[in-house]
Design a protein around this ligand. Structure first.
Ligand SMILES: [Zn+2]
Ligand SMILES: [Zn+2]
Length: 266
């Protein structure tokens, strides 16, 4: 079955990604309002009724802003680990209890025609996961908030045909920027975010012909630009003598507007 991917929003103001086949869809994170999610999906002729669930990576607000309404108004089940649920379910947050689904780490489960596995990543939340999602032969990996690529996460990322990976900050812009020292240190740490250079070097290590789409995600508003992220990637690849094979597509995901739909054909 063909698979369609679209980023509805990506970055520290809100993350939400759509993955669908001809019958159903799922969301990965709900970091923008449920109203925006509904509108962006409608623009693609996708109704909320076809959304079978939302996978949640961690408890930061840029990943769960719309979760209360999605569960309460649209009754969309939400899937994440026990520990992440513990960090999300504060008394102030009104998430419909009927929509809570707990999933184990690194164990496949089936939803909407997809085989899905959550894997742990290093980030400054009580627990954070990435998702590895398979549809037939097609493999999609989403890893948007991680300070470095640990040994557990790497195999899931290396297997992807479509990879959504963070390229959060330009190292120079962050160092020279206005953020306070503690915040710069936090972002650069192993439990913060991936910088352009870090991501580019990792991609240069793993690039292979089956990796057909690379989407650079979660770009910082203050410490990055799409041009810098792309330029760093191309420069790293050229220094390593890596030539893209012409079939490989690199996209930068927008902060506030949906991306083009990427179609993976079986
Ligand atoms: Zn985030
Ligand atoms: Zn985060």
């Amino acid at each position: 079955m063909n698979v369609n991917f679209c980023s509805l929003s990506s970055g520290s103001s809100g993350n939400c990604y759509y993955l669908g086949n001809e019958f159903h869809g799922i969301l990965i994170d709900a970091g923008i309002s449920a109203t925006s999610i509904r509108k962006f999906l409608k623009d693609m002729d996708i109704t909320m009724q076809t959304i079978m669930g939302v996978l949640i990576t961690h408890n930061h607000i840029d990943h769960i802003r719309g979760l209360e309404i999605l569960t309460r108004k649209n009754s969309i089940p939400a899937f994440t680990t026990h520990k992440i649920w513990e960090s999300i379910l504060t008394p102030q947050r009104k998430i419909s209890r009927d929509c809570i689904r707990e999933i184990p780490l690194q164990q496949k489960f089936h939803l909407a025609g997809f085989d899905i596995e959550a894997f742990p990543v290093c980030h400054d939340a009580p627990e954070t996961v990435g998702f590895h999602i398979c549809s037939g032969e097609k493999k999609i990996t989403i890893a948007t908030d991680l300070g470095h690529i640990c040994q557990t996460a790497a195999p899931y990322i290396k297997e992807a045909n479509l990879l959504v990976i963070e390229s959060n900050y330009d190292e120079q812009m962050l160092v020279n920027g206005s953020y306070p020292h503690y915040l710069k240190t936090r972002i650069q740490s192993d439990h913060g975010h991936l910088g352009n250079h870090q991501t580019s070097v990792f991609l240069a290590d793993i690039i292979n012909d089956s990796l057909s789409h690379i989407c650079l995600a979660h770009l910082s508003k203050n410490n990055n630009t799409p041009e810098k992220a792309l330029q760093t990637l191309h420069q790293t690849f050229s220094e390593r003598g890596i030539n893209l094979n012409g079939q490989q597509i690199i996209s930068i995901l927008n902060r506030h507007i949906p991306s083009e739909i990427i179609r993976l054909v079986e």
